[in-house]
Design a protein around this ligand. Structure first.
Ligand code: C2E
Ligand code: MG
Ligand code: MG
Ligand code: MG
Length: 283
C-alpha cells in the first residue's frame, strides 16, 4: 500500500508539474501578446426582440497565438487574471472596442466590453476608459461595461469607487451571466446598472420544462422592479427567441442571430440588414 501510495504521489506530482508548466508557458507567451498585436476582437450582435433590429455589439477577445491559432477567452483569461495581466488586456480591449464602434456606420449602436473585479480595483481602468472615449470620440452612453454579479455587488471599496466613476462618465453598466453568481438581490437597485443579462443556461432550459419559463419570468419581473432592461443570452433557436420575447426580455444575443464575428465583418453584416437568417450562412 505504501509503494502504491508513492506511485500515486509521483503521478500526481507529474500532473501538477505539467499543469504549472502549462500555466507558465501560456503566461510567458501571453505577456507580450498585447504589444505584439496578437489579440483580436470578435463582435456579437445584440438584437431587439420586438423589431429584430441590431442595437449593439459585445466585444469578445480572442488570442491569435503563434503556432496555435485562435484561442478562446476561457482558455487564457484565467491565466491572465492569475498572472496579473488582465488589466493590460482589458485596457487594450476598451480602446480597440471604442475605436471600432466609433467607425460603425450607425451612431446609435452600443458596444459592450467585459470587465472583471481585478480591472475595477485599478484606477488605471477608468483612466483607460476616459482616454478611449476621448481619442475615439465615442459618446460615453454608447459604451456598456458588463460585469458579473460577484463583481457588481461585492463590497470592495475600490471597485465601488471605480464603478461610480464609470457611471459618472455616462457609461452604462450591465450585469452579465445573471443567475449564476450569488444573487444578493437587495444590491440590484444600488449598483444602478442599466441592464441585466440572463445567463444562457436559463435560456437553454426554456422549452425543456415549465419551471424554466417560471424562473425567467421571475427574473424579468425582478429586473422590472429595479428598472433594468433584460437581455437573454444564448438564444440559439427561433423558438427560444420567441419564448424570451413573450417572457418580457427586451433583447437577445446568441447563435440564432449571429455568432461572434471578426471586427472587419461588422460593416458588411450591418449593410446586409443583419437578419437572423444570416447566422445560417456564416455558420
Ligand atoms: P460572456 O461575456 O457571457 O459572453 C458570452 C459568451 O457566450 C461568448 O463566449 C459567446 O461567444 C458565447 N455565446 C454567445 N451566444 C451563444 C449561444 O447561442 N450559445 C452558446 N453556447 N454560446 C454563446 P466567448 O467569446 O468564448 O467568451 C467567454 C467569456 O469570456 C465571456 O462570457 C466573458 O466572460 C469572457 N470574456 C470575453 N472577452 C473578454 C474580454 O475582453 N475581457 C474579459 N475580462 N473577459 C472577456
Ligand atoms: Mg459579456
Ligand atoms: Mg454572459
Ligand atoms: Mg459568460
Amino acid at each position: 500500500a505504501k509503494r502504491r501510495g508513492k506511485a500515486q504521489v509521483r503521478v500526481f506530482d507529474e500532473a501538477v508539474r505539467r499543469g504549472v508548466g502549462h500555466q507558465l508557458s501560456t503566461e510567458q507567451a501571453l505577456r507580450g501578446a498585447v504589444a505584439a498585436g496578437e489579440l483580436v476582437l470578435h463582435y456579437q450582435p445584440l438584437v431587439d426582440l420586438a423589431s429584430e433590429r441590431v442595437v449593439g455589439f459585445e466585444a469578445l477577445v480572442r488570442w491569435v497565438r503563434p503556432g496555435t491559432g485562435l484561442v478562446p477567452p476561457d482558455e487564457f483569461l484565467p491565466v491572465a487574471v492569475r498572472a496579473g495581466l488582465i488589466g493590460g488586456i482589458d485596457r487594450w480591449v476598451v480602446a480597440q472596442a471604442c475605436a471600432d464602434a466609433a467607425a460603425w456606420p450607425d451612431d446609435t449602436l452600443s458596444v459592450a466590453v467585459n470587465l472583471v473585479a481585478a480591472d475595477l480595483r485599478e484606477d488605471a481602468t477608468v483612466l483607460a476608459v476616459v482616454h478611449a472615449l476621448a481619442s475615439s470620440g465615442l459618446p460615453a452612453r454608447r459604451l456598456v461595461v458588463e460585469l458579473t454579479e460577484g463583481t457588481a455587488i461585492g463590497d470592495d471599496e475600490d471597485v465601488a469607487r471605480n464603478l461610480a466613476a464609470l457611471r459618472e462618465l455616462g457609461v452604462r453598466l450591465a450585469i452579465d451571466d445573471f443567475g449564476t453568481g450569488y444573487s444578493a438581490l437587495s444590491y440590484l437597485g444600488r449598483i444602478a446598472a442599466g441592464s441585466l443579462k440572463i445567463d444562457r443556461s436559463f435560456t437553454q432550459r426554456l422549452g425543456e420544462d415549465a419551471a424554466g419559463a417560471a424562473v425567467v419570468r421571475a427574473m424579468v419581473s425582478m429586473a422590472d422592479a429595479f428598472g433594468l432592461a433584460v437581455v437573454a443570452e444564448g438564444v440559439e433557436s427561433p423558438q427560444q427567441a420567441e419564448i424570451v420575447r413573450t417572457l418580457g426580455c427586451r433583447s437577445g444575443q446568441g447563435y440564432h442571430f449571429a455568432r461572434p464575428m471578426p471586427a472587419e465583418d461588422v460593416p458588411a453584416y450591418l449593410a446586409a440588414g443583419a437578419r437572423p437568417t444570416l447566422s445560417l450562412l456564416s455558420g
